[in-house]
Write a protein that binds this ligand. Structure first.
Ligand code: SF4
Length: 338
């Protein structure tokens, strides 16, 4: 008889949001061919932070970025990521030349039983596994270190951190499996600068601008010069100035209330029971309120709209075993479906 099935918070979160999406991902093992760009960038920064916090060796971090963007000379998106990641990590190293915490572990995985809090019995069907970005110590207290890349940090963003149940649940598992008492979470937030590299003008664009300027001028002439593309060096300088601003990096510490552990355990247990029921009946219903939850279509939208057409599967999806985030060499969270 096979043992309990390995699950992750990503799976349970997806099941809670839309059971159909959970079925597409975790039963049919489908993922979209095109990976969400924000997730790829977030993964790169997670890898960089792991290297930085392990050795505090900035050249090694920058070398990792270079190797992660090998086609940047031809590929605009890679070029953008390279610029942003390079400036972000240089700015980060300058902002935190020393740390108030001591690193205990990085990219630490765990695996533990899912327990029915009412009876104390463990699930025979599922176990929960996960990976934390870091465990650090300040004095005699331990904290989970959680990296986040954000478009901006404002009061709403910081307010929403309390809803990050994944990390609180992980803290409970780290306590149980590694025997460390976790006092709280240190959110390490890095802001993605919105600056764009100047593209310059094409010959035609320049001629058009010059014609308009000349038409407005009393002399009928214009001394305008063609705008040239911004060099990599000049763009890095602009980004460096941006990353010297205090608001581009932020650390927020939240202390864990022990009551949250019990509530999350109960919720997780409920989800396991609902999943078993859905699987038994083959009934993973759709939550259409979630199709556009993140202001863009869910990754499985074409599949749902086509009623699960094999053609759509063949052209837009590939099979990938679940729980990518737990495999060695992957420091990213599994791509959510939304
Ligand atoms: S498209 Fe809508 S119904 Fe289908 S999996 Fe995504 S959220 Fe669920």
């Amino acid at each position: 008889m096979s043992g309990p099935v390995l699950t992750t918070y990503s799976m349970w979160s997806l099941f809670r949001n839309c059971r159909k999406a959970c079925e597409w991902r975790y039963i049919h093992e489908l993922v979209p061919l095109e990976r969400d760009h924000n997730l790829s960038f977030g993964s790169l920064i997670h890898e960089c932070l792991e290297i930085w916090h392990r050795d505090r060796n900035l050249p090694a971090v920058l070398d990792h970025i270079d190797r992660a963007c090998p086609n940047r000379a031809q590929d605009e998106r890679e070029q953008r990521d390279w610029h942003l990641a390079t400036a972000m990590m240089k700015g980060y190293a300058a902002r935190y030349p020393t740390e108030e915490f001591e690193v205990v572990a990085l990219e630490k995985t765990f695996e533990g039983k899912i327990v029915n809090p009412a009876t104390g019995a463990s699930s025979r069907s599922f176990v929960l596994a996960g990976r934390v970005d870091g465990i650090v110590r300040i004095g005699d207290e331990h904290f989970l270190l959680e990296h986040k890349t954000a478009s901006q940090i404002d009061a709403d963003y910081l307010e929403r951190l309390w809803t990050d149940f994944q990390i609180i649940l992980y803290a409970w598992y780290v306590e149980r499996t590694l025997g460390l008492r976790i006092a709280g979470i240190i959110y390490n937030i890095l802001v993605k600068a919105r600056l764009q590299q100047g593209r310059g003008e094409t010959e035609a664009e320049f001629e058009e601008r010059r014609r308009k300027l000349a038409a407005r001028s009393k002399t009928g002439k214009s001394s305008a010069r063609r705008r040239l593309p911004e060099s990599d060096e000049a763009f890095q300088e602009r980004l460096a100035a941006k990353y010297a601003e205090p608001g581009m990096f932020h650390r927020e510490t939240l202390y864990i209330s022990r009551d949250q552990f019990a509530a999350l355990q109960a919720e997780l247990w409920e989800l396991t029971q609902a999943f078993l029921d859905a699987r038994r009946r083959g009934a993973f219903y759709r939550n259409t309120a979630f199709c556009f939850h993140y202001r863009r279509p869910c990754a499985y939208f074409p599949l749902c709209r086509s009623g699960g057409s094999p053609n759509v599967i063949e052209n837009l999806y590939r099979k990938v075993p679940p729980h990518e985030e737990l495999r060695d060499g992957s420091s990213c969270e599994e791509a959510p479906a939304f």
